[in-house]
Design a binder for this molecule. Structure first.
Ligand SMILES: NC(=O)c1ccc[n+]([C@@H]2O[C@H](COP(=O)([O-])OP(=O)(O)OC[C@H]3O[C@@H](n4cnc5c(N)ncnc54)[C@H](OP(=O)(O)O)[C@@H]3O)[C@@H](O)[C@H]2O)c1
Length: 346
């Protein structure tokens, strides 16, 4: 395994981070335990969760994933070997009314409750990295394009940072990060921390994969210059980049077969780009999923690639991607496909 430093902290995290959001819905507790055991044995010391999980978010499964991780930590007695990340949900009255009425602004009341509840489910005294899952303000995330200027009222960055600071001082969280953020968000948090001596964000967790490299446009520079690296989520575009949905296949039990509404990576341009990436991988005797992950793993602005797996075979292949070094020829061809069909799934 390879390790990189998390932001400006003294924590080294594995470049492969174990995503967890299928546990408690698509994966059972036993399967999750097997994934955690295997990943840890391979040197993966970084797990990413959220109060929201498992997905798709539902009242009945809310908090399931954290509960499973908590049970595993208790059973194995190895809390000190894991760098544990979790997240507070942002607002979503229309789709997550079960989480504090969907009015989950990042104010003190919600932050206090979310952290205390996560700690209970996780059966731990501290979370290493606590992230704001998506912005409270109205802006572009979850694939939204175009910008509509609206008057909206949101908790100030300063108030949010002050609330988080209390929990850092109490030892309940060690560091903070953002997720699904824009340039304005990242720089606002960094600036407030700098000017007012408030906690500094150490990472940003955004989508990044061969079908969506929009992070490179502006955010990558911030990651690099501000020591605030990317934690790349959906590195396989929900599994699409493995090629298993090509030619209209609907593999049994796979995410998009189960939930066809997850269309972010399945539009015609994304399918054309996927065909090209998969053909390129096969031409060079690479597993398409491993090639897609290896590309993400080796980006200089990246701290970790958050992989997801629903079975041990996928998990093994995805962790092993850390050993794959792509040749200049493959990288050039990836670039050529990207030029031809840039960011079909922003
Ligand atoms: N911050 C956020 O808003 C956000 C959003 C999404 C994810 N995340 C984090 O990132 C993690 C990973 O995200 P993701 O699950 O969307 O990642 P992904 O790598 O794009 O998709 C993972 C899924 O692809 C399929 N798959 C994985 N490896 C495969 C392989 N080798 N061959 C074929 N299919 C394979 C599996 O689903 P099937 O078996 O069902 O096909 C697996 O669950 C999550 O667990 C979560 O921790 C965060």
């Amino acid at each position: 395994m390879e390790y990189r430093t998390l932001g400006n902290t003294d924590i080294d995290v594995s470049v492969i981070c174990l995503g967890t959001m299928t546990w408690g819905q698509q994966n059972t507790r036993d399967e999750a335990f097997a994934q955690m055991d295997y990943a840890l044995a391979q040197g993966v010391n970084f797990f990413d969760s959220a109060e929201l999980y498992s997905i798709p978010p539902k009242a009945e499964t809310y908090g399931n994933t954290e509960t499973i991780i908590g049970e595993w930590l208790k059973a194995r007695g190895n809390r000190d070997q894991i760098i544990l990340a979790s997240k507070i949900a942002g607002p979503g009255e229309d789709w997550i009314p079960h989480i504090r009425g969907g009015k989950t602004q990042f104010n003190k009341t919600n932050i206090d409750k979310a952290i205390n509840d996560s700690l209970k489910r996780l059966q731990t005294n501290y979370i290493d990295l606590y992230q704001l899952h998506w912005p409270e303000r109205k802006t572009n995330f979850f694939g939204r394009l175009g910008y509509t200027a609206t008057e909206d009222h949101f908790t100030t960055v300063i108030e949010t940072l002050e609330s988080l600071q209390e929990h850092i001082e109490a030892g309940k969280i060690r560091h903070i990060g953002l997720s699904n953020e824009t340039l304005w968000g990242m720089m606002s948090f960094l600036k407030a921390a700098y000017e007012l001596n408030l906690p500094r964000i150490v990472s940003v967790q955004n989508p990044y994969n061969l079908l969506n490299r929009t992070y490179e446009v502006g955010l990558a520079e911030i990651s690099w210059r501000e020591q605030c690296g990317l934690l790349a989520y959906s590195p396989l575009g929900f599994g699409v980049l493995s090629g298993k949905y090509l030619n209209n296949q609907q593999p049994a039990g796979a995410r998009i077969s189960l939930w066809p509404d997850y269309t972010r990576y399945s539009n015609p341009q994304a399918t054309s780009a996927t065909e090209k990436y998969v053909a390129l991988a096969r031409e060079h005797d690479h597993d398409p999923a491993q090639m897609a992950l290896a590309f993400v793993n080796t980006r200089p602005f990246l701290t970790s690639t958050i992989i997801g797996a629903t079975n041990m075979e996928q998990l093994k292949a995805n962790i092993k991607s850390i050993e794959l070094m792509l040749s200049d020829e493959v990288l050039d061809e990836i670039e050529a496909i990207h030029q031809l069909i840039p960011n079909p799934s922003p």
